[in-house]
Design a protein around this ligand. Structure first.
Ligand SMILES: Nc1nc2c(ncn2[C@@H]2O[C@H](COP(=O)(O)OP(=O)(O)OP(=O)(O)O)[C@@H](O)[C@H]2O)c(=O)[nH]1
Ligand SMILES: [Mg+2]
Length: 382
């Protein structure tokens, strides 16, 4: 008879309960990059790692990106972890089906907050399976964070969306100032000071999810006993939160690009983000995160834009040519969903023709996220 598969309720002798690490932060802050790097760290130690991604709709760039890095990934698509708590635990159980993982890495939607009360506390008191909860780490995108914490005018897409950002920092046990590879020591110091002044008691760590700078201290903080997880309790005005989410237009789409002659996957990925970005900037629409994957000939290219000020970047190169590629496009932009759909379609056409291809989009969904209604909301420290 086959040995029974260990589930979350059964931790075999000599094995620790899985470590649950949730990495939050606003749209485009660097969550997926951080999760990918943490996963590789634990894999290198021989640990079994599973990852759960999350979005308001299916066809996630993040899921494809992390799977292309050789990771086991399950997704909760259709609503956030907090509003679909049973799906989060269901996906974890499903991933665990072939053996209990050592580490679960979870990436919530970037426009979500109140995750300590709606995810971490329910995991402890409702789910009640053996699990070690790591301190809740929230990543800060420097430009975005500096404008909001520095009380700049028109910071954070809308006052309600800026409210979400502030609530994310407020509930963090650990605040990660990301992209230090691009920042001077003064800027890191300024951001750290702003967080300490406005949200005292949180450990602030400078990191670079791209280079791995600061990850030793991050891992120590996640695994150590110095920070007790879920210590920050807070009130959340769900009317403001819902409005903040709805201030952003959301678009997820699949697509295909075909050409007579081979084209570079990387050129199309970067070209897609550049073309859409130019069109969005042209109508004054502020991007929170625009990301695409272009997949073909067994390789994948990923390109992103995290605001209107910086150049779009190829975050994962495929270095391969193809005649046919599958596209996934995810855009989160301060614009109405109809205009977003029109501009994305236009940009896709332009970018495809630049590499001598023609493209079509399928299953395009463009919407404003609905009001968050958590499955559980449990107040009080863990
Ligand atoms: N230079 C630099 N770029 C980074 C760093 N971390 C992430 N990025 C880039 O920032 C972009 C967004 O990173 P993601 O990890 O996808 O961000 P995210 O928080 O998962 O985004 P959403 O899931 O859309 O909310 C990508 O182009 C990354 O390559 C960093 O430390 N330095
Ligand atoms: Mg992500």
């Amino acid at each position: 008879m086959a040995a029974e598969t260990p589930q979350f309720s059964q931790v075999p002798e000599g094995m620790q309960a899985p470590l649950f690490i949730m990495v939050g932060g606003f749209l485009g802050a660097g969550k997926t990059t951080t999760v990918g790097r943490l996963a590789k760290h634990y894999q290198a130690l021989g640990k079994r790692v599973v990852v759960v991604t999350n979005d308001q709709a299916a066809d996630l760039v993040d899921t494809h990106t992390l799977r292309s890095q050789g990771l086991e990934v399950g997704e909760v698509a259709g609503s956030c972890f907090c509003c679909n708590f049973n799906e989060l635990t269901g996906v974890m159980e499903k991933l665990a089906g072939s053996g209990l993982p050592d580490v679960v890495l979870a990436e919530p939607v970037g426009s979500c907050t109140d995750l300590v009360a709606t995810v971490l506390r329910p995991l402890e008191s409702v789910y009640q399976k053996p699990m070690r909860l790591a301190p809740y780490a929230v990543i800060l995108k420097p430009g975005h964070g500096k404008r909001i914490l520095g009380n700049h005018a028109k910071a954070g897409f809308s006052p309600q969306a800026a409210y979400i950002f502030r609530k994310q920092i407020e509930e963090a046990d650990l605040v990660l100032v990301n992209r230090v590879d691009e920042l001077g020591a003064e800027e890191v110091g300024e951001l750290t000071r702003l967080v300490h002044e406005q949200y005292p008691g949180r450990l602030v760590l400078p990191i670079s999810a791209s280079t791995g700078d600061g990850f030793d201290r991050l891992i120590e903080a996640l695994e150590g006993s110095t920070i007790r997880p879920g210590q920050q309790t807070m009130e959340v005005d769900y009317d403001v939160y819902a409005q903040g989410e709805a201030d952003l237009g959301w678009l997820n789409s699949q697509g295909t690009a075909r050409a007579e002659k081979p084209f570079e996957l990387d050129a199309l990925a970067l070209g897609l983000v550049q073309a859409i970005q130019v069109l969005l900037t042209g109508v004054g629409a502020e991007t929170a995160h625009l990301k695409v994957t272009v997949k073909g000939s067994g390789a994948i290219a990923v390109a992103n834009s995290i605001d209107n000020q910086s150049e779009p970047k190829l975050s994962q190169g495929a270095h391969r040519q193809t005649r046919e590629a599958d596209l996934i496009i995810n855009a989160r932009v301060a614009i109405d969903p109809e205009s977003l759909a029109r501009l994305v379609e236009q940009g896709v056409g332009q970018a495809a023709s630049q590499v001598g291809a023609s493209a079509s989009l399928e299953n395009l969904r463009s919407f404003r996220p609905g009001r968050p209604v958590p499955t559980h909301r449990i107040e009080g420290a863990l």
